[in-house]
Every structure is written in C-alpha cells, then in structure tokens.
Design a protein around this ligand. Sequence first.
Ligand code: ARG
Length: 300
Amino acid sequence: MPDSPHILMCPPDYYGIEYEINPWMDRRRQCDHEAAARQWNDLRALIEEAGARVSCLAPVPALPDLVFTANAALIYGDTAVPARFRHPQRQGEEPVGRRWLAEHGFRLAPLVSGAYFEGAGDALFCGDTLFAGYRIRSDVRGPTEIGERFGCRVIPLELTDTRFYHLDTCFCPLAPGTAMYYPGAFDDYGRRALRELIGDLIAVGEAEARQFACNAVVVGRRVIANAGCGALRPELAARGFTLLETPLDEFLKAGGAAKCLTLRLDGEEAAAWKSAPGMGPPTIGAVPSVADAPGRRSGL
Ligand code: ARG
C-alpha cells in the first residue's frame, strides 16, 4: 500500500534521561521504563488505528533520544536530508538514521554547508512553504540551502523560548493553509509571518502548549496529542479534525511528545508536494539506494 501514511518510530528500550540538553530534562527525574513502553505502544496503536503503517528503527544502547525519530531527517519525496545534531550527546544517532533511510530506498542529500539541522523537528511544510525553526538547535543556513535545492519557499522562524526549542514543539501544520501554533515561542516577525502566510492559524494557549499540544501527529483528519490538550478539541472539531489524547508524560521528561516520536516517511498531511506527480516515497523494500542513482529531481 504505497499510498498509505507511513511513519517511522523507534521503541523506547534504551530511552532515559541521561543528560540535560533542554529545560525539560533533569537527570533526577528519571523515566519509568514500563510506563514509557506502555505509552509508546498506545501511541503506536492510535497511529495504526488512524490508518498509518509504522516501521521501526532498531533501538541502540546509549542513544536514549533515538526514540525521537522526527529529528532523524527531513523527508521530501524520495529524498531525505539527514540530521546534523547540535549536541554531541545526540550525534551518535546520525549514522543510525542515515543507514535506515538509505536501506529503505531514500536518497540521502546531506547539507553541504555543515549547518546544524535537526530534521523534521525544525522543518515543517505547510502547503508549499517550508517553515524552519532556528537558533536553539538548527542553524538558519540549513533551511536556506534546502530551499535552494528543492526550489521551495522557506520561511525561517526564530525560536525565542528555550522550552520550545524545536519548531515541532510550537507549530503544527494540519493541512495546507491550516496549522496550530503557540505564539509565545516566536518573535514578532515570526508571529506576523505565520499569520500572513497561513490562512487558518489556531493559537494554542500556554497551558496546552506546555502539554505539547503542538507536538501532535496528524494522520488524515485525526490529531494525536499528549493528554491534557482537550481545550483544543472544539477548535479542531470545527475544522473537521478529531483530537485523540494519549498520555505521554514519560516522554515530556525528555522534552518530547507525540510528533517527536514519529517521522512521517511519505510526507506530512499538510505538505503540498505530496500530491505533485512523481513525488512519492521510495518503494519500500527497494534495494538500498545509491547516493548518485538517477533521481527524479536534478541538482541534489
Ligand atoms: N531530548 C530530546 C532533545 O532534546 C528531545 C527531542 C524532541 N524532538 C523533537 N522533534 N522535538 O533533543
């Protein structure tokens, strides 16, 4: 079923709070492994019930944040721009993500600028525009390079609140022209750019933002988020979306929730390129791709 939503996750076998690289992490507040496994399985079940296929990246000891597959890469058709993590603690994840993607038919298009870039955590399409969070984790140079390569408009958004250190913690595209955001995580320019460019922009309050409401997985018309985001239900329902809440507090301890735990391999619902001819994901199970295999787009 090549057209069905396809999501990459990584089981939390080695998940834990082993270092502190964002304000949510505190080594004294360890995760409960059993609860984390249960929460991860429940999230996976909801994603599958929504109609998506889930593939798993094999967990690796000593890489506790590998569960956050959103950071592995930015996906664009059959091309993956792999991450370059800012913090040494996460850099060991880079070859793991790259290997999985190459083995599953993606063409790897690493950034040549050497910029830090934390994948779909900081780069999200809404319509035909790539919105890119920068400063706390990713550098602004990365998305600029990506826009030139893919020929798409890039809107860099400076992230100003360290609690919302990745764009996917404060901005969630739902469909082309529709998104949720937490205004407090952006500067004036960012807020204005989002309001001007996204016709239907839902503002999330601080209480829900702290429950990672913007860190939602969107599959079709279902929006899967951490428990405690119920205030958004009517806003979403008015637009034809159903909110599904599932407890993910074990992952909040690392500064992550639903969306961070997933990487959409066939393109997010809101990405306009999904419906362009010839822009499908690779045929899964394909022979490992070779970097210089003939591509559907040139200049990569
Ligand atoms: N502990 C991880 C970090 O700080 C959490 C990553 C969450 N991922 C995301 N896409 N927001 O890097």
